[in-house]
Write a protein that binds this ligand. Structure first.
Ligand SMILES: [Ca+2]
Ligand SMILES: [Ca+2]
Ligand SMILES: [Ca+2]
Length: 219
């Protein structure tokens, strides 16, 4: 399990439903860990682990780095050969391994909040980012991911969910939701952000008191 928001302790723990014991698996990270995905991506018969970084504490929406660990004799060891792919990847909201190119090995699919759907194809244990037309250029606040052969053609398809029309922050290609982040208040160590979208021009989406907390408007 991901030990969400517990960066000073183990970032990933195992849980025994029989005994109720929680055992640390990976040490603390600079970011809160979110989605996890398991697969034997290097084909040695042992499950390996992708650890998706969710959010920097007090640092939303900065881009944290995710990590890939391979299983070496029962120990999870950082896969330094692949890890650079996930450097500052973004706020991972979902991740799964699936053989999306149908070559028999598990590929990695990752969705981001405030980002795209990323597909990393597996080439004998080495991953590379792949471009899929209509997929990698669609940015959204993705929040869920699954795969399945929905149309029965023998090839896996992707189901991705996002925050949509069931909340007030609507967005479209012509009227996108925008997010600005920075040290607007001038106070060191405090990152603030606000939402806006374009209706001819960018408009704040938060209330005036909320924005004033960040920017300290004065008459
Ligand atoms: Ca393995
Ligand atoms: Ca594959
Ligand atoms: Ca299909």
């Amino acid at each position: 399990m991901a030990n969400y928001e517990a960066r000073k302790t183990a970032s990933v723990v195992t849980y025994s439903p029989r005994s109720g014991a929680m055992t640390p698996l990976l040490g603390g990270d600079t970011a809160s860990v979110g989605p996890l995905a398991l697969a034997d991506y290097d084909g040695d018969g042992k499950l390996d682990l992708f650890v998706g970084a969710r959010i920097y504490p007090a640092g939303y929406p900065l881009s944290p780095s995710s990590h890939l660990y391979h299983n070496v004799a029962g120990r999870l060891v950082l896969d330094s050969a692949n890890d650079r792919l996930f450097y500052e990847l973004g706020m991972v909201s979902a991740a799964t391994f699936a053989d999306i190119d149908g070559d028999g090995d598990p590929d990695l699919i990752v969705t981001l909040e405030w980002g795209a759907i990323h597909v990393f194809l597996n080439d004998h244990g080495r991953f590379h980012a792949a471009e899929f037309p209509g997929l990698s250029t669609v940015n959204s606040r993705w929040n869920g991911l699954a795969t399945g052969d929905l149309d029965g053609d023998g090839r896996l398809d992707i189901i991705a969910t996002s925050w949509g029309r069931n909340l007030d922050y609507h967005a479209s290609d012509s009227d996108p939701l925008l997010l600005y982040t920075g040290y607007f208040s001038g106070r060191a160590g405090r990152t603030r952000c606000w939402h806006s979208r374009i209706r001819g021009s960018a408009r704040p989406r938060r209330s005036c008191p909320s924005i004033d907390c960040c920017w300290h408007f004065r008459d």
